[in-house]
Structures are given as structure tokens and as C-alpha cells.
Ligand binder design. Structure first.
Ligand SMILES: O=C(O)[C@H]1O[C@H](OP(=O)(O)OP(=O)(O)OC[C@H]2O[C@@H](n3ccc(=O)[nH]c3=O)[C@H](O)[C@@H]2O)[C@H](O)[C@@H](O)[C@@H]1O
Length: 456
């Protein structure tokens, strides 16, 4: 049967029907794209909320540090655990809970630093709880601080990334953990750099210290605080060896002045709020994982690279000398000070009675001229140094340091046991290992045959 001829009416009807079909399919398409759009929007909102709450870390208020998260080997861990959320709190609690009965719970500031990293590991190894705090600033190569952080993580010590001046972060930490002690080692170190960047000393060593004390004084319980002062407070003192009773009102550098100010500030917080405070005057601490801004460290680097080094002399052409102190001895001193620190007496910001206030020298009791330091390094590196002997620039350095440690010995048995040659050998061994340097450096076998006791 032939199909009916198209009349104008049927044609119109067909066109109308096809119009309706197109209209319907567009509507379906619109409805489904709207649905997709809404679902995408919802997912985006959820993601934004998640990122805002979790990243960047609560602690990191410094935009200069933000990039470090991306480069950090730990970025994934920090991403999920540094926001003050459940995972973060769990990590903070786990790290700071002692594993032995009556163990300490210590907040170590500057935990990614030289002395801080050594002390954190030593405390953790003997069963104390340790939580680190560090702002990972770039005063010296932050990758060294990241490597120390990695080492600490292996030892179950978690470092919160944040600044001393971040009061809300510090308060949060004390809300989560009832720290028994603070080992306050975060500081702007270095004597000569104070002429280049004086404000950084004010910000860390004065403002940051006060911020920490403000939080500690209101904490319940108040922690006992052991903190790093410096041999540089003796300044132009000529009485040797330096005793804690000698005058310390003639600092030769702004660095020394901020450390001396710290000692006076400690007195105030002890007096008003009953905080137990112990200041440790470190004498040129050196050793493995040390600070690249210190002479023994950059001398090693420059000697190995064949670069000249400046060896300072006093104005009257005498040798400059330091009471170089090996890191392990200083760690023992820090732990001894923590163990003998009495409890703070205040609570809720109110003093309840007199509290302990102490200051100790932690030195080696045997000054060595810088020229001898260089000779020891030349021997260990089997390389002659290109020495430029020059008059010490007027940059805050003092000619001579020498500690009397009678007080630290009496109160917590502090007794340094490492001489400079032994300590530098350990440093050089670490240095070539860490930087992967193939050199003529004395090998372990050479070292062990000279000092058989070390091969045990
Ligand atoms: O004992 C301390 O309290 C201080 O010890 C060190 O300060 P410093 O003793 O000056 O240590 P280095 O910078 O390593 O200098 C060691 C010696 O080498 C000398 N030096 C330094 C640099 C240089 O180019 N040439 C040179 O002969 C210095 O005058 C000094 O006698 C630390 O850098 C400070 O943070 C610390 O507080």
C-alpha cells in the first residue's frame, strides 16, 4: 500500500512532533548537566572546606616557609597531620607521652636545630616524651634541618612546624599536652650575623622567649623551663675561667645582649609567676649534625674545596681561643639540668611560692686557639688549609672563652669528657658521610687504629 500523500496538515503535525522531541531531549540534557554541575559544586565545596581546615598547618604563619611543605619529604605526613585535627592531636600526644614511669614530657623548641635534635633523641631514647617545635627558618640551609627532622621521626619524635611568636599555636600545644618541662633551644644564634640582621635576634631571642614564658606561666600545670643562654654573655669580662658569679653586663654583640636580656627576663617570670627557670651558658658547641654558620663547620667545607679561610687574631696579634664543647657533653648537661629542675610553683598565672632560678656554664674547661683547631682539621682532612691570618674584625667576637663548670658538676654531675681532636674526628666522619664526599679524609680504619677504644 502506498503511503498517504503528505498533506500540508500532516506535514505541520510532523514538524510539530519533531520540535517537541528536540525540545524534550534538550530539557533532559539541561537537567542532567545541571545535576552534574551541582554535584561538581558540592564536591568542590567539600574539598575547599577540607583544605581550609587542614592546610596550611595551623602553625605556619610565615609565608616564606609555605614552600617548604611542598619540598619536604614529609609533606604528605604534614598535610594530613598538622592542622590541629584529630590526626595531628594524636601525633602530638603520642610523641610527648613518656614511655617509662615518671618520665618527663618535654616540649623541645628548636628541635630541628643542632643541640635540639641531639637532646630530643637522647630524651626519647631514655623513655621520656618529646614534642618538637621548629620554624625551619633559612638562617642556614633548611635541608639540614629537614634531615634532622627525618632522623627525629625515625626516633618517634614529631616536630610541629611553627614559630615561637605564634601564641595561639603554643596555647594549643599546652591545651593538648600537660608538658612537665620545656627545653627551650629555639633562638637566633650566631655572634657576627647580629650586625646584618639585628631584628631577627629581637624577634626570636626576646619577643619569642617572652611569648613562650607567657604561655608557660598560664599553663596548668606550669612546666619547668631549661633554656639556652650563651658564653657570650661574659662579653668583655677578663676574669678567667668564667664563673657564673662574674659580671655579665658588658656584652660585645647584640646576640650576647639578647641572651643576657633573656637571663633578666627569666628572673622576672620566676619572680612574678613562680616559673622554675634554668639558663645554660653554652660554650661554642660543635659536633656531628652541627651548624654550618660556625667556624669549625665552614672551615672544613672551605679546606676541602681549596678555598682560603680567615683565621682571626686579637688586635695585639694574640691567638683567639674558644672553649669548644662537644655536643654529647652538652646533651648530658641539658638532661642533667632537666632532671634536677624543680617544679614551678605557680598555677593559672599566679605565683604560689618561691621557685628555682638557676644559671650554669656548660663548657669544656680547656680553651683551644683557633689556629690549633685549623691544624687538627688539616690533619683529619689530610689537606693543607689556605690560611689568611687577619685581625679580628670588630663584629662582636670576643678574644677568649673559658668555662668554670664547678657549679654544674656540683648540681648535676656535669663533667665534659671529649677533647677537641676527638670531637672533631667524629664531626669530620659525619661531615664526609652526610655530604657524600670522597676525600683523602682519614678512614675509619685509620681512626680506629689510633683510638682502638672507639672500634668497640
Ligand atoms: O659560645 C657561645 O655562646 C657561642 O658560640 C658560637 O660563637 P663563636 O664562639 O663565635 O663560634 P664560631 O663562630 O664558630 O667561632 C669560633 C672561633 O673562630 C673564630 N673565627 C670565626 C670565623 C672566621 O672566619 N674566622 C675565625 O677565626 C672566632 O673568632 C671564634 O674565636 C656560636 O655561634 C654562638 O651561637 C654561641 O652562642
Amino acid at each position: 500500500m502506498a503511503s498517504p500523500p503528505h498533506t500540508s496538515k500532516t506535514l505541520k503535525l510532523e514538524r510539530y512532533n519533531s520540535y517537541l522531541r528536540r525540545l524534550h531531549s534538550t530539557k533532559v540534557l539541561n537537567a542532567s548537566s545541571k545535576l552534574i554541575f551541582r554535584v561538581t559544586l558540592l564536591i568542590a565545596l567539600v574539598l575547599i572546606l577540607f583544605f581550609t581546615l587542614n592546610y596550611p598547618p595551623l602553625s605556619d604563619k610565615n609565608p616564606n616557609h609555605a614552600h617548604l611543605h611542598h619540598h619536604s619529604f614529609l609533606s604528605a605526613a604534614l598535610f594530613t597531620s598538622s592542622a590541629g585535627g584529630d590526626a595531628w592531636e594524636k601525633q602530638v600526644r603520642h610523641s610527648s607521652t613518656p614511655k617509662k614511669p615518671n618520665g618527663l614530657s618535654v616540649l623541645v623548641t628548636g628541635a630541628a636545630g643542632f643541640v635540639g635534635s641531639h637532646c630530643s633523641i637522647a630524651l626519647k631514647k631514655r623513655g621520656d616524651g618529646v614534642l618538637g617545635l621548629d620554624n625551619f627558618n633559612s638562617y642556614y640551609d633548611p635541608s639540614l634541618k629537614r634531615a634532622r627532622q627525618k632522623l627525629l621521626l625515625k626516633n618517634q619524635v614529631f616536630i610541629v612546624e611553627g614559630d615561637l611568636n605564634d601564641a595561639s599555636l603554643l596555647t594549643k600545644l599546652f591545651d593538648v599536652v600537660p608538658f612537665t618541662h620545656i627545653l627551650h633551644l629555639a633562638a637566633q644564634a650566631g655572634v657576627r650575623y647580629a650586625m646584618q640582621n639585628p631584628q631577627s635576634y629581637v624577634s626570636s631571642n626576646i619577643a619569642g622567649f617572652i611569648n613562650l614564658l607567657e604561655v608557660a606561666k598560664t599553663a596548668n600545670p606550669q612546666p619547668a623551663i631549661v633554656w639556652a643562654s650563651s658564653s657570650s654573655v661574659y662579653g668583655l669580662n677578663t676574669q678567667v675561667p668564667f664563673s657564673e658569679l662574674d659580671r655579665t653586663d658588658q656584652p660585645a654583640s647584640l646576640y650576647a645582649a639578647t641572651k643576657k636580656a633573656g637571663e633578666e627576663i627569666a628572673h622576672t617570670y620566676n619572680h612574678i609567676y613562680g616559673l622554675s627557670l634554668t639558663g645554660l651558658r653554652f660554650f661554642t658547641v660543635y659536633g656531628p649534625w652541627g651548624r654550618p654558620d660556625m667556624a669549625y663547620f665552614f672551615f672544613t667545607k672551605d679546606i676541602l674545596q681549596g678555598k682560603p679561610i680567615d683565621v682571626y687574631q686579637t688586635q695585639d696579634k694574640k691567638q683567639v681561643a674558644r672553649d669548644f664543647t662537644y655536643i654529647d657533653d652538652v646533651v648530658k648537661g641539658c638532661l642533667g639540668a632537666l632532671d634536677t629542675a624543680e617544679k614551678s610553683t605557680g598555677s593559672g598565672g599566679k605565683k604560689k611560692g618561691p621557685a628555682q632560678l638557676r644559671v650554669y656554664n656548660l663548657g669544656n674547661t680547656s680553651p683551644v686557639p683557633v689556629g690549633n683547631l685549623v691544624s687538627i682539621l688539616e690533619g683529619l682532612l689530610r689537606t693543607k688549609a689556605r690560611k689568611h691570618v687577619i685581625k679580628m674584625p670588630r663584629n662582636g667576637d670576643v678574644p677568649y672563652t673559658h668555662a668554670n663548670v664547678t657549679l654544674a658538676y656540683r648540681d648535676f654531675g656535669y663533667k665534659p669528657t671529649t677533647d677537641l681532636a676527638t670531637g672533631l674526628r667524629k664531626f669530620v666522619k659525619w661531615y664526609v658521610d652526610y655530604y657524600g664526599i670522597q676525600t683523602r679524609v682519614k678512614k675509619d680504619s685509620d681512626i680506629n687504629s689510633e683510638h682502638p677504644e672507639e672500634s668497640a
